[in-house]
Design a binder for this molecule. Sequence first.
Ligand code: MTE
Length: 312
Amino acid sequence: MIKIPSSEITPEHLFNSRRTFLKGAAALSGAALLAACAPGGGQAATTPADIMPADGLTDELGNPVNSYEDITTYNNYYEFSTDKQSPARLAQNLVTSPWEVEVGGLVNKPRTFAMEDLLTMFDQEERIYRLRCVEAWSMVIPWQGFPLNKLLAEVEPTSEAKFVRFETLYDPQQMPGQRDSYFRWPYVEGLRIDEAMHDLALLATGLYGKELTPQNGAPIRLAVPWKYGFKSIKSIVKIELVDKMPVSLWMAAAPIEYGFYANVNPAVSHPRWSQASERRIGELGRRDTLMFNGYEEEVAALYAGMDLSAHY
Ligand code: MTE
């Protein structure tokens, strides 16, 4: 088990003045690396099971991060399975290298990025985000990645671009769930352009100081912490700037239940259950759900004047 003494937690630069999103994460990834590459031979590399919450590693509200075990064995990845335990097993052979992400549509400079380039072009920042699933469970996850707005700046969206549409890999041979025609594959998600440009919208490439696991959306997935987890699309191959609101997989499957915005909102129930509280994986009891998943101060202005029960 890796433990980071609080004295070693380096203060990180903050992209947002009030909150310490990055507290301790840099120290954690350094320690994970150290353990994996310890000199002297004979030392076993750090295995995922060794990686447990480090002392003091919390989100900006003081919530401890979930264990690596929780984060990598309790997943939603319908391309592999509709249950939470199977993606860890069924996704392990997903070929994630080589990998390319095509970015185009209403942009001046369309471009296909090799994954290696995305890892070197942009600083990989550490950010601890809460993930609140629409099914009323949640986790706290230490991601690495870079803001989506940095990638969008490279391709220069035109003034007609109003939304961003994301697509997951479509490969029914590797992704058995895609052989089920109940859903309209590939998995598609979307953001309004101002949401996509918000600094909190992250393209995640790693977690806990390691590469993303396939079940968590390797090699690159979205992490939009103020929205229900289903917006955070995994294993992205295509990003398109468009002028019309994209229809996501969930909107197509059940439009009454899943809207485009999907902002975490304890006051607006899902038609089949309340969203007022949630179960934090690894905890007993329930917690109150926070407006915008606790990121209200940062993002509420994006929705000024909107009726959030109509735009659910
Ligand atoms: N992306 C794809 N392509 N397929 C999925 O089934 N599930 C979503 C989201 N991204 C999903 C996806 C849902 S419902 C949630 S809650 C989160 O991924 C879960 O992310 P995690 O497994 O890394 O915790």
